[in-house]
Design a binder for this molecule. Structure first.
Ligand code: NAP
Length: 314
């Protein structure tokens, strides 16, 4: 029957979510398999559900070895690591975890922005290392009077914009199409947004369509006093150009939660004082991970019971 069909788990999940998944259904862990090929062969006849993470995803080659596959349930909202085109072509449904992580990710974007402008990690080190006893810390830049450009005004981008309104900053944004119900100015060209803005925050999806969208030209337009904040994906920025411009002063500073080759971070960033780094933790709080896990479990349960999926990709 359907609900004895084994679930292939591509990567470890938030432990309480994984525990519940494994207590309710038969789960096979690809990430611990001594022989991944053998496991895929074994599952080919009856694996109908894959559970994965935004970081791990699943590629076409793996899915091609699971001809009975009907659902890929993603722990995370970003599905850029899942070959969604393959899923569409093969009638495989994809679910993700939208909305429940929006506010936490937007909070981290503002935290990174303020930490970068106000040099909060440096201030913390200044106190801990006893340097305050010998003098005061150098002054920093301010968020006040700065224009914030948002690349990708979706759920998270909107939540970032709402927070920026509370801080009193003018807002502009770039996305693939204008939105009639949005009053903040829309820039059809991301370089033009970079020229207008003092702070650029990336909140668009990753994947081929946005690779390098925040280009060298965009970062140069942002300029020596400009701040770049990335909570989207490392792929959306030309990372080598970003590192170079942060190093030679042509880009002011950056607050980064995401990188092109996680968990590897370009070595040059590690010694820069004008950069604040986070280990991809936008959604990394207990309440949000719990809610994301609930959505993954509810989607799998819906599929197992033949009910409509809770959060399918359109
Ligand atoms: P969403 O609601 O789908 O928003 C994405 C927005 O990006 C949409 O407004 C979309 O435009 C826009 N967009 C699409 N292509 C674009 C392009 N080429 N240039 C500029 N904008 C473009 O998704 P979300 O829930 O806000 O999540 C956004 C992304 O954040 C995820 O895909 C994920 O990669 C990232 N994320 C990161 C973390 C973290 O821990 N750091 C956590 C969660 C999510 P339209 O409105 O016109 O479609």
């Amino acid at each position: 029957t359907m609900n004895t069909s084994p679930i292939l788990l591509m990567a470890p999940l938030y432990p309480p979510t994984q525990q519940e998944l494994e207590s309710r259904w038969t789960v096979r862990r690809l990430f611990e398999a001594a022989d991944a090929d053998a496991l895929l062969d074994e599952l080919a006849a009856d694996c109908r559900v894959v559970v994965t993470t935004g970081g791990r995803g699943i590629d076409a080659a793996a899915m091609a070895r699971l001809p009975k596959l009907e659902l890929v349930a993603c722990f995370g909202v970003g599905v850029d690591a899942i070959d969604v085109d393959y899923c569409k072509a093969h009638g495989i449904a994809v679910t993700n975890t939208p909305d429940v992580l929006t506010e936490d990710v937007a909070d981290l974007a503002l935290a990174l922005l303020l930490a970068t402008l106000r040099r909060i990690p440096a201030g913390d080190r200044f106190v801990r290392e006893g340097r305050w006893l010998k003098g005061s810390m150098p002054l920093t830049q301010s968020l006040q009077g700065r224009k914030v450009g948002i690349v990708g005004l979706g759920r998270i981008g909107m939540a970032i914009a709402r927070r920026c309104e509370a801080f009193g900053t003018p807002i502009g944004w770039h996305g693939p199409r204008a939105k009639p119900d949005v009053s903040w100015p829309w820039f059809d060209d991301v370089v033009a947004l970079g020229r207008w803005a003092d702070v650029l925050v990336a909140a668009c999806p990753g994947g081929a369509a946005t690779r390098g969208l925040v280009s060298r030209a965009v970062l140069e337009a942002l300029g020596p006093d400009g701040v770049f904040v990335n909570i989207a994906r490392g792929s959306v920025v030309d990372e080598p150009a970003m590192v170079e411009l942060l190093g030679n002063g042509k880009l002011g500073s950056a607050g980064l939660d995401v990188f092109d080759d996680e968990p590897n971070v370009p070595a040059a960033l590690l010694t820069m004082e004008n950069v604040v780094l986070q280990p991809h933790v936008g959604s990394g709080t207990h309440p949000t991970r719990t809610a994301m896990g609930r959505l993954v479990l509810d989607n799998v349960a819906a599929w197992m019971e033949g009910k409509p999926l809770v959060t399918p990709l359109p």
